[in-house]
Design a binder for this molecule. Sequence first.
Ligand code: FES
Ligand SMILES: [Fe+2]
Length: 390
Amino acid sequence: MDMPSKMQPPNDILNSKTFCSALSDCRRPVDQANSLPAACYHSDEILQYEKETIFHNNWLGLGRADRFKEAGQYETLEIADVSLILIRDRDAKLHAFNNACRHRGARLLEGDGKCRAIRCPFHCWNYSVDGRLVAAPHMEDTRDFHHETSGLVEFELKIHAGFIFACFSPDPPNFERHIGDFDQLHSPWPLESLVSTRRIRFENDCNWKLFLDVFNEYYHLPYVHPDSINDVYKKPDAGDRTSGAYASQFGETEGTGGLLAAEQAHTLPPIPGLRGRNSRGTRYTWVFPNMTFAASTEAMWIYEAYPLGPRKCAVYQTMCFPQQSVDLPDFEARVRYYYERFDAAVEEDRIALENQQRGFNSPFTLPGRYCVGLEPNVSGFANWYAEQFQ
Ligand code: FES
Ligand SMILES: [Fe+2]
């Protein structure tokens, strides 16, 4: 790729020939593809485009459905300028609402918790947990005002394999096409039945895509995680050919990918039903754009990444185990070794990611090439992402 002869003005990246040609260089098989241009990792203009095009129009992976156990249990998520309420109603149905009052727009809920109704803190309009407006004080004289048409704005939501997917667009893309052959490829793992045992949030000073990139590649393991987890991972299989908006790669492990190399003696029982090579390795999957997970021998771990700015992101991590393991009397003591492994790896990745972000902040950083065997998921995402700009 040629160096740009003249830097483009910062508000015109999307129309620049250099940027468009750099994106088209991502739309090739991994052995021929370039990585994404640096602007995708530092530019306000690109982030704005991502919000409007990628986040507001696609199915987003929002973690596991089983964390909403009771009626009225909710969590708010800040996603690309949209504040979202996920809440379970009295019939156990999960809803995704715009977190803004239908009166004059005030934010309704913060953080997570449990409520009997959603009450606006501004003028006290009250909504039921299924989104209906049930009370609005002193509104009798307002003509043609109807409770029935003043409920919360609701987004499309689907639960698939135990994962929540939502789409902000009133005209969402076809979900079956989005998922493609996901079920077939993941059929050895009983994904739907796995139980969430920990969900944590943290922030990283890097672009949201960088977090997902590093989770999905084996290349950095010996250099970023030499003493913690590198010895566990063997050379992975080639990346899978997939249909649908996701990439996936399986690799065998020496012991489990869920524990530090030095703590393999603390393995919990295997996921029931896993056979052959699937019982000796981990499948890393990235469901585009923002959710990734690893289905392993006795656990599954999931990350969702959301932009907080071009150079900052929020990440949620969820750990899941089979019910049989969660029911063990000493589960709480044994699962701590798993949490310790993830805390250690996340911290090692954080240092590498903040360093990588500093390199990507320069407008003179050029796209690179991929290691074919170790970075196919990263290339698969870049290919899909570049397509969203066409
Ligand atoms: S903005 Fe919510 S009741 Fe007025
Ligand atoms: Fe890592």
